[in-house]
Design a protein around this ligand. Structure first.
Ligand code: GDP
Length: 360
């Protein structure tokens, strides 16, 4: 069914863009991806037609849409770090907020001028809920963001709803709760922990320094969650969906699970606290209820947090041993094994995931 369909993924070089591109390519789409910067993620993006521009460049986006006319647009371009969003609040508002407004405006114009009406997915976020009283959170929970990041995502979320209702666009928000993978950047606490645990298990370091250990998150697997994104654009009509596991763990729990994965029995001997990692305001708990996705999309999480953590630690052990930071083999548990046991010198030639000749 998807044959000859074209998808545009903005922010394709991020964790979700990489996993989503895989799913769409497997479904037979032609995939075009934009990113502000492409270099780091080339190994992951084989088969994607890459274009580099800043999502704030509306002229470039307009030209791209007029030329390629994708059937589906997945808007994943964003500054994704909650923790860093206070240091660049204005840029976060521009990139995560105003760019979405400009893109929606463009879609209305293109429809009116050309009769061209792609389906539009907006990467909303559980961060829109922040301090919301309601637990667990679903599509009806009022927003109470706690950071410039959450606020920018709330703005974009409301605009997406508003343009759907005002102009009849097929536009929907995917309200994804935290979702992790071995290609999550280490500025996120999960990857920071798994990398440290891998290195500690190999005797390469002794400590990891963290901030608030009491925060609780509903953590899932990025590979699972991108399937839901793709499904959201295949419905009869557009609506918004929470994507979550419904299970919650604290940062403290995450630390314990990660150390357990490498058989270290006393994790707390290796953990230090530094107030520098505390935020001006934090979200004490995210907890999602994905009932709507379950019934309308037939979507449910397939991978447990324990499995995600084990996979991340495994990939970080390979990274630490080989010094090779980016390899397609890290993306899935079965292909991490392909990369195991290879020395740095032989990895490039012998790793089945890299054998296609991609420079990494
Ligand atoms: P977020 O849920 O999108 O903000 O994802 P993060 O992984 O950045 O942070 C999750 C939680 O971990 C937040 O409540 C942070 O305050 C907490 N946390 C504790 N220590 C750290 C740390 O060293 N780095 C980061 N990024 N977060 C930390």
């Amino acid at each position: 069914m998807a044959a000859h369909r074209t998808a545009l993924i903005t922010g394709v070089a991020g964790q979700d863009g990489i996993y989503l591109a895989r799913v769409l390519l497997e479904r037979g789409y032609r995939v075009i991806g934009t990113s502000f910067s492409l270099a780091r993620h080339f190994p992951y993006l084989q088969g994607v037609e890459l274009i580099a521009f800043d999502i704030r460049n509306t002229d470039a986006m307009s030209e791209l849409l007029r030329r390629e006319r994708p059937d589906e647009i997945y808007n994943l371009a964003a500054i994704s770090s909650v923790g860093q969003s206070w240091q660049m609040a204005e840029k976060v508002a521009e990139v995560n907020g105003m760019s979405v407004l400009r893109l929606l405006e463009l879609l209305v114009r293109l429809r009116d001028d050309l009769g061209y009406a792609p389906r539009f997915y907006q990467a909303s976020s559980s961060e829109i809920y922040g301090m919301a009283d309601q637990q667990p959170q679903d599509e009806r929970t009022p927003h109470y963001p706690r950071s410039p990041y959450g606020t920018s995502k709330s703005f974009a979320h409301h605009l997406t709803v508003n343009y759907r209702e005002s102009y009849g666009l097929y536009a929907c928000n995917g309200i994804l709760f935290n979702h992790e993978s071995p290609i999550r950047p280490a500025r996120f606490v999960t990857r920071k922990i798994t990398r440290a645990v891998a290195e500690i298990s190999l005797g390469m370091r002794d400590q990891v320094t963290l901030g608030n250990l009491d925060a609780r998150r509903d953590w899932g697997s990025a590979a699972d969650y991108v399937e839901a994104m793709a499904e959201m654009l295949q419905q009869e009509s557009a609506q918004d969906f929470v994507i979550a596991t419904g299970e919650v763990a604290s940062i403290r729990d995450f630390v314990a699970i990660a150390f357990e994965a490498v058989g270290i029995e006393d994790p707390w001997a290796h953990v230090e606290f530094d107030a520098a990692y505390l935020r001006p305001a934090d979200v004490p708990q995210t907890w999602g209820r994905a009932d709507r996705a379950r019934s309308a999309l037939g979507w449910g999480p397939k991978v447990s947090l324990r499995e995600v953590v084990a996979h991340m630690v495994q990939a970080d052990i390979v990274r630490a041993k080989t010094g090779i930071e980016e390899c397609r083999g890290y993306m899935f548990p079965n292909t991490v094994n392909d990369a195991l046991g290879l020395t740095p010198a032989t990895h490039r030639h012998e790793c089945p995931s890299c054998a296609a000749g991609v420079a990494n």
